[in-house]
Design a protein around this ligand. Structure first.
Ligand code: ATP
Length: 304
């Protein structure tokens, strides 16, 4: 197989509006300012993977509009190949409308738009066109039927599928079975198992072992508490990397998944790949933004 990663997933234009307070029902208020940022878990993870210098393809869909053009440009800037991502005429680019209030509360409306059109046909064409990619990366923001088709094709080619089940949702058991690893945060782990989220690494290790009944390997990330890895060889707790100053944790989870995929692609075993992903994710929280903070990953890998 080639040393390439294929990310099949979502791309969103995030529209972030700062407000004094969130509006009440039926109320119109003025925003302080507005910024447009590239987002979506697929885009973020592709950017994180590309930032390591690993050859990365992104397969998704955007609208034939200004937002779509910007998202494709943002990915190219991190070295991601977007040739498999069409700009569709009949549909808008996915958007996330995010209100952030002065006291830290937020309200978010996501419109999947083009992301809901990422199709099995596209996936089949991609696998026909690409020399065997080594690692496939999936999330929960495009139709599960498309993700499942990709995971099945990947399995048939002998490659590995990293499945970040975010946001948590009811998912085909077959897709969980093809995940190696399944990556979730503590809240998603709780929702999938129908229990309260684990609050310590020891508790997360227990939950990860329970999830092993459904996936070949499992990683639960716990923000500033680090992560746990579970597979047939056992469970390992990974302590977080201490950082001097936490500036913005947005996109830390996506940094973790993208770098994990890159390291697996280069032949690292799951534990070592997770340790390196944790190191890179910690770097990403020292800069503002999601994929905008991944210059920190580029810097880390330039030094290496
Ligand atoms: P998000 O939705 O914000 O992208 P997430 O909930 O999916 O995040 P987290 O568990 O918050 O993901 O973070 C992923 C990984 O990033 C953690 O396992 C850890 O390795 C690293 N990380 C996150 N926050 C910090 C922090 N404050 N200090 C050091 N490392 C961190």
């Amino acid at each position: 197989n080639q040393q390439e990663v294929l990310v099949v997933g979502s791309a969103n234009q995030d529209i972030v509006v700062r407000v004094d307070r969130l509006p009440k029902l039926g109320e119109t208020i003025l925003g302080e300012d507005v910024v447009y940022l590239p987002g979506g878990k697929g885009l973020n993870q592709a950017c994180a993977c590309g930032a390591t210098g690993t050859r990365t393809h992104f397969l998704g869909a955007v609208g034939a509009d200004g937002s779509g053009t910007q998202l494709l440009a943002a990915m190219r800037e991190r070295g991601v190949d977007v040739d498999l991502t069409p700009s569709l005429d009949e549909v808008a680019t996915g958007t996330a409308h995010i209100l952030v209030s002065a006291n830290g509360g937020n309200q978010i409306v996501v419109v999947p738009a083009a992301n809901s059109q990422v199709s099995e046909v596209q996936v089949q064409q991609a696998f026909a066109a690409l020399p065997d990619p080594r690692v496939l990366v999936l999330q929960g923001e495009i139709p599960f039927a498309t993700s499942l088709a990709a995971a099945e094709l990947m399995g048939a080619r002998g490659g590995r599928t990293v499945f970040n089940l975010a946001p948590a949702a009811e998912v085909p058991e077959r897709l969980l079975a093809l995940a190696d690893p399944l990556v979730v945060n503590e809240f998603e782990a709780g929702l999938i198992l129908g229990v309260t989220p684990p609050s310590s690494r020891a508790e997360a290790a227990e939950r990860a072992r329970e999830l092993l009944a459904r996936s070949r390997s499992v990683i639960i990330t716990l923000g500033a508490q680090g992560s746990v890895v579970a597979d047939q060889e056992g469970t390992e707790e990974i302590a977080p990397t201490e950082v001097a100053e936490v500036v913005d944790t947005t996109g830390a989870g996506d940094a973790f998944v993208g770098v994990l995929a890159a390291e697996l692609c280069h032949g690292q075993d799951l534990r070592e790949a997770a340790r390196r992903a944790s190191l890179a994710a910690a770097q990403s929280v020292t800069r503002p933004g999601a994929s905008q903070s991944y210059g920190a990953i580029e810097a880390l890998y330039r030094e290496a």
